[in-house]
Design a protein around this ligand. Structure first.
Ligand code: SAM
Ligand code: GLN
Length: 317
């Protein structure tokens, strides 16, 4: 047992633990609780306590920890032992190489969702090169439904100065977090936030958007209880629960979304890997979209479906 761990269990009076001892002690505690990423988590928490990243540990390996740093580290470890996600403890998570502020009011942005940002940028580029009606200084209007911490919308606005994002969420607390992230990344001028149910906040903007993107909740209700503990017990159910077959949101977004897209506008939706065919079928059954494309992640799993709104000839009745 390291000297540091003795102090954790209350054997006071020994010398202050060094950084390396604290790291070993923390790793051991988290490891004993079956946390797979025990070493990494202990490094992140200790780095946070030392006021920087994990590199602080290796720069100060033999330094004795100050008493209040040790107390803070112990409190953070305790939160982790209860299953709280690291991102909620440290208050941030990297996404698209940007540092996003997160709280327990929002889903922790997942690396999988970076694929959605990448695909959206590809679709915007395709639109720019094929649509000559887009003036050189015109902005692409993109709707990010269920923006959460703003990961998708803020990344898009950061990546392209010619994109304007409309970000909506049912949760006003999530929108507060997203607003803070837009400010942090200097894109408040080109991103607007509105609270409400799916398309409700932009219902007057028919045929307005070049693109509609979303990572909607898609966990099947019967599988909510089987999610890993740190997701099930800590992340907002509102961000995860996709109804009986997990597709409640995809269905609504696809059925209504074409109304808000301009002709040829694109839609990209994140899916669970086993939902590809069903979501393609949803696009097809509405009859207002071109054939859907399924996008694979690096592991070869289905992760996104995209389609474009068909330009239909005017009909008169
Ligand atoms: N876009 C973020 C991301 O990718 O990290 C968050 C995605 S999370 C899976 C889904 C988001 O949809 C949550 O922020 C949740 O609050 C929001 N949401 C749930 N129901 C909604 C509804 N009826 N209308 C609008 N947003 C909703
Ligand atoms: N991929 C997430 C998870 O299972 C689910 C995200 C979602 O519902 N959009 O942790």
């Amino acid at each position: 047992m390291s000297g540091w761990e003795c102090q954790v269990v209350g054997d006071c009076g020994s010398k202050p633990a060094t950084v390396v001892q604290a790291l070993q002690g923390g790793t051991e505690i988290l490891g004993r609780l079956g946390i797979d990423s025990a070493r990494l988590d202990a490094e992140v928490l200790l780095g946070t306590v030392l006021g920087g990243g994990r590199e602080q540990i290796y720069l100060n390996y033999e330094m004795p920890l100050k008493i209040h740093d040790e107390e803070l580290y112990r409190r953070l470890l305790l939160r982790r032992t209860r299953g709280e996600p690291i991102a909620y403890i440290t208050g941030h998570r990297e996404f698209w190489s940007l540092d996003f502020y997160v709280t327990s009011e929002v889903l922790v942005p997942r690396p999988d969702t970076e694929l959605l940002v990448e695909a959206t940028l590809g679709l915007i580029e395709e639109t720019a090169s094929r649509d000559r009606s887009v003036e050189p200084d015109a902005k692409f209007q993109v709707l990010d439904l269920g923006t959460g911490c703003g990961a998708i919308g803020v990344s898009l606005a950061r990546e392209r100065g010619d994109v304007e994002v409309w970000a909506t969420d049912l949760s006003s607390n999530a929108l507060e977090v997203a607003r803070a992230n837009a400010k942090r990344h200097g894109v408040t001028e080109r991103i607007r936030f509105d609270q409400g149910d799916i398309f409700e906040p932009i219902k007057d903007r028919r045929a307005f958007f070049h693109g509609v993107v979303s990572n909607p909740p898609y966990v099947r209700r019967s599988e909510m209880e089987d999610l890993p503990r740190e997701v099930r017990d800590w992340e907002p159910k509102l961000a995860l629960d996709g109804g009986a077959d997990g597709l409640d949101f995809h269905r609504r977004i696809i059925e209504q979304g074409y109304l808000y897209l301009m002709d040829g506008g694109f839609m990209v939706l994140e899916i669970a890997p086993d939902m590809g065919e069903k979501v393609c079928h949803l696009f097809k059954s509405v009859g207002r979209y071109s054939k859907g494309s399924i996008h694979l992640d690096l592991a070869g799993r289905n992760r996104l479906v995209s389609a474009r709104k068909l330009s239909l000839p005017e009909t008169f009745d």
